[in-house]
Design a protein around this ligand. Structure first.
Ligand code: SF4
Length: 318
């Protein structure tokens, strides 16, 4: 990493930690014979909070119409509420009808931004700064003649954007065991990582590539928000009788939280909104855990806690 990027990353880690500070401790709410425990780090991450703030700024002052390139976050109630206030969603730059285009946290390939420029759209770039670092690294590796490997999910918008920054020639590896070794042997290989990947997957990829690449340069572009939320959710699931996971069904990180929690506490329920919560889920529970994905708004978490207080609070002390 260049010294400038080192500084950027250190500053970003500090900014993200600061944004997470108010979520850094679990919260316990007593309701009748029950304790409702909200997991550490439940809810919005730094990048999502920033993207929503930039979208609000666009609504307040930018040229209309305002549209986001893809849903701004994977939470239907937030997207609907923004639609009611005039923020549309387009699937491609060509669909935007003038005005302002907001690029979401995943970022886009440089050609997409150039297309927006050609169409004279006013672009508000809400690419998460952690993703932007990975994009710059992908570009630098490509320009320096490395064969770029992206550890990430095929077709994920962030990975598609990174491929664009790597000149469209990157090799995407979803599972280190499936890395195409014949295409990498004896070459200068440079690695960047989709920000939401796990550190252990990167360690496995590094171990696979190190013996065969002629030169190996790895940029660890993982953002800690995902792992922090996952380990806090697992910690919670081990301590409660029931887990309620709140967040969009189209949110991969929320689905993953539910999957991890279910592996520890089978009585795990994934809801999108508080009114989906069923009384019988918590009828016998003494400790109910609540966690939420990085794209779940605080008011959904609070509505779930309030609903649990109502259900548990009316139970007789046992
Ligand atoms: Fe940014 Fe994604 Fe990390 Fe959130 S999870 S801070 S959007 S890189």
């Amino acid at each position: 990493m260049s010294a400038a990027d080192d500084e950027t990353r250190v500053g970003l880690d500090a900014a993200a930690a600061h944004a997470d500070e108010r979520r850094a401790a679990p919260r316990v709410v007593v309701a009748g014979p029950c304790e409702i425990v909200v997991a550490r780090y439940a809810g919005y991450c730094y990048g999502v909070e920033r993207a929503l703030r930039l979208t609000e700024d666009a609504l307040a002052g930018a040229e209309r119409p305002v549209a986001t390139l893809g849903p701004i976050i994977h939470n239907p109630s937030v997207v609907e509420a923004l639609a009611d206030r005039g923020v549309g969603v387009v699937d491609a730059v060509e669909e935007a009808q003038g005005g302002t285009l907001v690029v979401r946290t995943h970022g886009v390939a440089p050609e997409e931004l150039a297309g927006a420029d050609r169409r004279r759209l006013h672009v508000i770039d809400a690419t998460c700064p952690f993703v932007a670092v990975a994009q710059r690294k992908a570009r630098a590796l490509h320009e320096a003649g490395y064969t770029v490997v992206i550890l990430g999910e095929h077709d994920h918008p962030e990975v598609v954007g990174l491929q664009g920054f790597a000149g469209g020639e990157a090799i995407v590896v979803a599972d280190p065991d499936d890395a195409p070794l014949d295409r990498l042997e004896g070459r200068k290989v440079g690695v960047v990582v989709q920000t939401t990947q796990a550190h252990d997957a990167l360690a496995r990829l590094a171990a696979t590539l190190a013996p065969l690449a002629r030169e190996l340069l790895i940029y660890n572009t993982v953002c800690d928000a995902t792992e922090k939320r996952q380990s806090a959710a697992c910690e919670l699931a081990a301590q409660v009788d029931v887990v309620i996971v709140v967040g969009g069904r189209n949110s991969a990180n929320t689905m993953r939280l539910a999957q991890l929690c279910r592996g520890i506490e089978p009585r795990t329920h994934h809801i999108e909104t508080a009114d989906e919560l069923r009384d019988e889920w918590v009828a016998e529970a003494r400790r109910v855990g609540v966690t939420a994905g990085a794209s779940t708004p605080d008011d959904e978490i609070e509505a779930t806690v309030a609903r649990l207080q109502q259900v548990c609070g009316t139970r007789e002390a046992e």
